[in-house]
Design a protein around this ligand. Structure first.
Ligand SMILES: Nc1ncnc2c1ncn2[C@@H]1O[C@H](COP(=O)(O)OP(=O)(O)OP(=O)(O)O)[C@@H](O)[C@H]1O
Ligand SMILES: [Mg+2]
Length: 221
């Protein structure tokens, strides 16, 4: 089977006080292995919410979500978390690196926690691949924004996930760094045969993906 992800009539509502906000409405979406997809849409349209649902970090109010052979909408949080750890890498606009850990330690920690052999060696290889050989032992505060995002990406993909979810991965970066980070991401998924779903408001970046999805008022256009 070539299908990686399937969403069927997915709805997401948030309850704030007495008000119910319908954030995602009847989302139907099927994605294939190795596919690169960009998600665009206005602020508040539901892009991050969609990423959170796919990552299993948020629960759909109704509808079904399948990842590979798993119906994740039926699983417990622990089961979802196990599937996520093994298969999904997530990159956010803010880098969320551990401040008192070096570049190597930030990447190696994920590998260690997942009982990977030689976490430090693997972390070095990844950082080197992203042009950070000279920054192995720097703390996040001693790195530029672009360098921090490269460390964050190395950490997210350290487990070689089949699916990479990126929510405005270049949102905090200037044009030059955005270009570098997007090249790193697209080259990586091509080389590794993984799939990428990326939220971006940068149309140039969005056009790099094979498929472009537009969300408007919680619906796919
Ligand atoms: N935890 C929450 N509780 C209540 N409402 C929420 C919650 N999270 C998001 N929302 C609302 O859901 C809508 C969609 O939010 P979401 O973060 O998915 O938008 P977005 O498309 O990612 O926007 P942006 O481009 O600004 O990041 C917004 O109206 C937001 O206010
Ligand atoms: Mg968002």
């Amino acid at each position: 089977m070539n299908t990686l992800l399937k969403l069927k009539k997915v709805n997401l509502k948030y309850q704030t006080g007495k008000e119910t906000i319908k954030v995602l409405k009847n989302i139907d979406l099927t994605t294939k292995r190795k596919e690169t997809i960009s998600i665009v849409g206005e602020s508040g349209s539901g892009k991050t919410s969609l990423i959170m649902l796919i990552a299993g970090l948020e629960k759909a109010t109704s509808g079904k979500i399948y990842f590979q052979d798993h119906e994740i909408t039926k699983l417990s949080e622990d089961e979802i978390s196990n599937i996520r750890k093994k298969n999904i890498g997530i990159i956010f606009q803010s880098f969320y690196l551990i401040p008192n850990y070096s570049a190597i330690e930030n990447v190696a920690l994920t590998l260690e926690l997942n009982n990977f052999k030689n976490p430090e060696k693997e972390a070095k290889l990844l950082l080197e691949r992203f042009g950070l050989k000279h920054r192995f032992n720097n703390l996040p505060s001693q790195l530029s924004g672009g360098e921090q995002q490269r460390v964050a990406i190395a950490r997210s993909i350290a487990m070689r996930p089949k699916l990479i979810l990126a929510d405005e991965p270049t949102g905090n970066l200037d044009t030059e760094n955005s270009l570098m980070i997007s090249n790193i991401l697209f080259n990586y998924v091509k080389e590794e045969g993984s799939s990428l779903i990326m939220v971006t408001h940068d149309s140039k970046l969005a056009n790099k993906a094979k498929r472009k999805i537009k969300i408007k008022d919680g619906k796919i256009k």
